[in-house]
Ligand binder design. Structure first.
Ligand code: ADP
Ligand code: MG
Length: 395
């Protein structure tokens, strides 16, 4: 690293400064915990009382994300502001971008809020993505029916997450009804591709354009929700990882991005790498970096925000992360129970993270477990054992 890259940006905010985060979920909580560890104070904008991030700081602005008074209150308290979820209304972000240091910037977030804009960006940058059609009016539906996109997946252009806002569409004749079921809002229809596996790249880009990244992780989804992420040598073939890194860097550069960015990719059965979507923030698939790397994705988030140097993270341990969904809090008869934490914590390399959510619900992300080890196989073995204890199919 050159001396220039290693030095702080102009306008460096020293520890003690107050940083704001829009959104009070688990990502906001882990951001706050990382920033607080380095001596920053954190103010959270979150309408829900007792939300995960609101539990870890006394500075909470309890208002909606687009409430002017709330945004003013955050802008007054915080020297710099970031987001923990991308669906903060564009107007609110634009206002903040003009009145306080905001990372990522509003225009980049606006692209990530809309699948049609994401795909247009991938295409413009020469980053391959799944064949798709945009559905905005009746003519679009007819045009899409004539294309080779079936069986496909219809996705709302905005507001989808964890597989929500998506419907499988087997054949052209079923498209119109599926679109109605999604409310007739702007959508993209994607061809369902035959996946070998999925991977993601988490990177950080500073205001000076300097970029650092984590090694790509290999992700497994079930029912549209991330089930596990694995990192370590040999988990992804070198050439494939390099190709994904090049594509993700091109996206960050193309957006003039500042902050932590995640780009999700598909690797198809015939070996093609296709960009799926991106998130303008730390990502569930990067949670293992808290325990497997010398610098976590949340530390990179606050470093970008305060204009601190961005060190290239080093993966010091192989990792396998499992999401802990609310389903695990219910037995087969639907009675509420608690996972056997003592048994899970006895497994080698176990790191438990719970987000302070008091109401388990099916599909709700309650926490995650990361297993670290010297070798990927050992981390995977401990994770398999955890799956047995939790009653999950480890496949
Ligand atoms: P979300 O915003 O809910 O994460 P994604 O578009 O990433 O939405 O879809 C969730 C998951 O569904 C993906 O990670 C993948 O496993 C599966 N999926 C989505 N689109 C496709 C596709 N076109 N072909 C095959 N699988 C897909
Ligand atoms: Mg996704």
């Amino acid at each position: 690293m050159s001396a220039l890259q290693a030095s702080a940006q102009p306008g460096f905010l020293a520890p003690g400064a107050v940083l704001g985060v829009l959104g009070g979920g688990q990502l906001g909580r882990m951001f706050a915990q990382a920033a607080q560890a380095a001596g920053y104070e954190v103010v959270v904008l979150e309408p829900q009382p007792g939300a995960p991030a609101a539990q870890v700081t006394s500075r909470v602005v309890a208002s909606a994300y687009d409430d002017t008074d709330g945004l003013h209150a955050v802008a007054r308290q915080a020297r710099a502001v970031t987001i923990e979820f991308e669906n903060v209304p564009a107007d609110a972000l634009q206002w903040l971008d003009e009145h306080v240091r905001l990372a990522p910037h509003a225009p980049a977030v606006a692209v990530c809020q809309d699948r049609t804009r994401e795909k247009a960006l991938f295409t413009r940058l020469g980053v391959g993505c799944v064949p798709y059609a945009v559905l905005a009016g009746d003519d679009d539906c007819r045009a899409a029916q004539a294309r080779d996109l079936f069986p496909g997946i219809l996705k709302t252009a905005r507001m989808g997450y964890d597989g929500k806002g998506q419907l499988g569409v087997r054949e052209p004749a079923a498209l119109a009804a599926a679109w109605r079921e999604l409310g007739g809002v702007p959508c993209v229809l994607e061809r369902r591709v035959d996946l070998d596996f999925e991977l993601s790249v988490v990177l950080a880009r500073g205001a000076d354009g300097h970029m650092v990244h984590f090694p790509p992780q290999r992700n497994l989804h079930r029912d549209g929700i991330l089930f596990s992420s694995r990192a370590g040598s040999g988990v992804i073939a070198h050439a494939c990882a390099e190709q994904a890194l090049r594509a993700a860097r091109a996206v960050a550069e193309g957006l003039q991005y500042v902050g932590v960015l995640c780009v999700e990719f598909f690797v198809t059965a015939d070996g093609a790498l296709l960009a799926n979507e991106m998130a303008p923030r730390p990502h569930n698939s990067g949670h293992h970096t808290i325990d497997s790397c010398d610098v976590s994705q949340f530390e990179l988030q606050w470093r970008c925000l305060v204009g601190a140097p961005l060190p290239q993270p080093r993966l010091h341990s192989a990792a396998c992360m499992l999401n802990l969904l609310g389903d695990l809090w219910f037995d087969a008869a639907g009675r509420q129970r608690e996972p056997d934490w003592a048994a899970l914590l006895a497994l080698p390399g176990a790191h438990l993270h719970l987000y302070g959510k008091h109401q388990p619900r099916r599909g709700r992300k309650m926490g995650h477990l990361t297993f670290t080890a010297a070798l990927p196989d050992d981390a995977a073995r401990a994770a398999r054992r955890a799956c047995e204890l939790l009653g999950l199919d480890p496949a």
